[in-house]
Design a protein around this ligand. Structure first.
Ligand code: ADP
Length: 409
């Protein structure tokens, strides 16, 4: 009997043994059987031609078919052990089916083919692992570079933000010193200069407060004080507080009453005020003079959605996530100009991360919709805030207190 005939003879037993050993689920087995049939055909061809390399294309395909997850798990479905098992099953089948001499002859013929297959798969797997590790290292490197960049962006922005109020304070303080006794139009000059000192101080405090809030959010330490909140009241006071600025910039800030805005919900009123004011202040900052900002909303099952739409410069879709990250300012940091409400006034890039931190802490979500950034055509942006409708504060003690107050009142 020729070796090829022997190989054909043991084929059914080899196929059964191999498929029983590896493929447990029926669906997997069918696909797997298909593949190992091709493999066995190629083993026969390799023996026939005396060239084990005929297996290479198939082994290549198998090695590259391994997924990223498989590459991450060291030895899951590694090919060399599978090939070794194929060889073992071949020896076992030959022992069971063939006379001893044919069996020895067969082993002698297939051993170099399987050794070659083992070598090829081991080399390929090592190469793939190396490539995978190289790619992972590349990603780590990119993250490190991004971190390094955001650190130096932070230093640049923080220095700039802090410098403006400091210059104000220094300037007014020295003018104050020179002119304590001067009076202009009956007003002591000291009063005017002191107002300048106070403005610088206010801005510094805002920056420091924002930095503290971001660090509270980062460390999951933002404590909410739940109280009854009416969004309509909150919006009115934001609108009132921003009145001067919208007038100066000829902006039309339109706050609509919407279903749900007059409902009493539980939340941290001060923090919600801060979050929504940050969003509206941004809409003011990134909308050219004469533009429109519209605040609206709707009632959804279990949620209230608030939208803040502006007719401003818009945001590129690829930045829609980044702007909610700390110091996620878009554009060139060196072009940064300090100012809370001036057009494109910029800021330290903490307003949105704080707003997101506050909304997240309430169990809500925030996202932005904008077709892109275009300072000429101003496509605008719409910020969406989803707030869960809480009818009681999450912690039971204050819940009881409020229920008592409501029933007494
Ligand atoms: P900043 O202090 O820079 O305003 P924010 O965290 O409030 O920081 O916002 C991050 C970035 O998101 C801004 O620098 C700006 O590029 C972009 N952005 C936020 N709101 C708007 C908006 N309404 N229109 C256009 N761009 C916006």
């Amino acid at each position: 009997m020729s070796v090829i005939e022997s190989l054909e003879k043991i084929r059914p037993l080899w196929l059964t043994q191999v498929s029983m050993h590896f493929a447990r689920a029926e669906r997997v087995r069918e696909k797997f059987l298909e593949q190992i049939r091709v493999f066995y055909d190629l083993v026969i061809e390799a023996v026939n031609q005396g060239d084990a390399a005929v297996l290479d294309p198939l082994l290549n395909e198998w090695a590259h078919a391994r997924t990223e997850t498989e590459l991450e798990q060291e030895d899951a479905s590694s090919l060399p052990p599978i090939i070794s098992q194929f060889l073992l099953s071949c020896f076992q089948a030959a022992n069971q089916v063939l006379p001893e001499s044919s069996s020895l002859e067969l082993m002698d013929a297939v051993l170099p083919v399987f050794t070659h297959a083992l070598e090829i798969t081991a080399v390929q797997e090592t190469q793939l692992h190396v490539q995978h590790i190289r790619e992972e290292l590349g990603e780590v490197q990119e993250t490190l570079e991004r971190l390094e960049k955001s650190k130096s962006d932070f230093i640049s922005v923080a220095a700039h933000e802090l410098k403006t109020p400091l210059t104000l304070i220094e300037g007014y303080a020295s003018m104050l010193q020179d002119s304590l006794l001067q009076v202009k139009n009956g007003i002591p000059m000291a009063d005017i200069y002191l107002e300048g000192v106070r403005a610088g101080n206010r801005r510094l405090r805002e920056i420091v407060d924002d930095m503290i809030d971001v660090s509270l959010i980062d460390n999951d330490m933002l404590a909410l004080s739940y109280q009854p909140v009416w969004l309509s009241h909150l919006m009115s006071s934001i609108s009132h507080d921003l009145e001067d600025i919208t007038r100066q910039r000829s902006l039309n800030l339109d706050i609509n009453a919407f279903p749900g805005s007059r409902e009493m919900i539980f939340g941290d009123g001060e923090r919600l005020y801060q979050a929504i004011k940050n969003i509206i202040s941004n809409a003011i900052k990134y909308t050219p003079d004469g533009g429109k900002i519209q605040v609206d909303g709707r009632l959804l099952p279990g949620f209230i959605e608030i939208t803040v739409a502006d007719t401003g410069i818009g945001i590129d879709p690829e930045d829609h996530y980044r702007i909610f990250e700390k110091f996620g300012r878009v554009g060139n940091v060196s072009l940064h100009s300090s100012g809370k409400t001036k057009f494109k006034g910029g800021g330290p890039g903490l307003g949105l991360p704080i707003a997101k931190g506050i909304i997240d802490a309430h169990g809500g979500t925030i996202w932005v919709e904008s077709s892109g950034y275009d300072e000429t055509n101003c496509p605008g942006s719409i910020f969406h805030i989803m707030l869960p409708i809480m009818k009681a504060p999450p912690d039971d003690k204050s819940g009881k207190l409020f229920r008592q107050l409501v029933s007494n009142g």
